[in-house]
Design a protein around this ligand. Structure first.
Ligand code: SF4
Length: 208
């Protein structure tokens, strides 16, 4: 069975999933709109946002975080058809009033098999996590001891591939933690990691 057929089956399974109580009425954001099935980089973010992916069905598109992400991608010359983007949870978690909420540990665990299957199927050479929640969530798949504070924009090894932890591009993070210029500098690590795959010009950081 070819990759696109397997991905279609996975997407259909996710569309029918009702594992998380508060997301029973939400639709999983997983389709061909997530990007290339042979990407240079797989980005893993926290969760589909109310005004972004949950509305447009395109991860990181249509809201302020999406605009920032698209600008950061452009800053290193990457286009959407060269990447795949997904989230630690495929459905949009909401607070009772309807605002975006963080996924709980249980919800992240519930969705970790979908994340693992996406990684196994797509088999990206590089994974870039966006934010601390995503970096922590991938420990469900293979444990690690990396933290965003210590390892942001470093090129690491994880799960038989390269891992680059990045900050989340939300306006809140940009205002309070890592501004846009700093994030642009962080994204340059992705260009380097891409070069590592293609030309082995420099070595992978194994220090953890
Ligand atoms: S977030 Fe994941 S595990 Fe939870 S209902 Fe959606 S698809 Fe299922």
């Amino acid at each position: 069975m070819d990759k696109s057929h397997q991905f279609k089956i996975l997407s259909e399974e996710a569309a029918g999933c009702i594992c998380c109580d508060r997301m029973r009425d939400r639709q999983a954001v997983l389709s061909h709109l997530n990007g290339s099935l042979d990407p240079k980089i797989m980005f893993i973010a926290e969760a589909p946002g109310r005004n972004g992916a949950d509305r447009t069905r395109i991860p990181f598109h249509g809201d302020a975080s999406g605009n920032n992400f698209e600008m950061l991608l452009k800053s290193i010359g990457l286009s959407r058809d060269e990447i795949f983007i997904t989230n630690t949870v495929l459905c949009s978690p909401r607070k009772p009033g309807g605002a975006n909420d963080r996924p709980t540990r249980t919800e992240i665990r519930n969705c970790s098999s979908f994340l693992q299957r996406q990684i196994e199927l797509i088999n990206p050479p590089v994974v870039a996590t966006l934010g601390a929640v995503a970096l922590d969530a991938i420990r469900c798949i293979e444990d690690h001891s990396f933290s965003l504070k210590e390892h942001a924009a470093r090129i690491l090894q994880w799960n038989d591939r390269l891992l680059v932890p990045l900050y989340h591009p939300s306006p809140q993070v940009i205002i309070t933690v890592r501004n846009l210029e700093q994030q642009k500098r962080d994204y340059k690590a992705l260009k380097k990691s891409d070069l590592t795959i293609q030309s082995s010009r420099f070595s992978v950081d194994r220090s953890g």
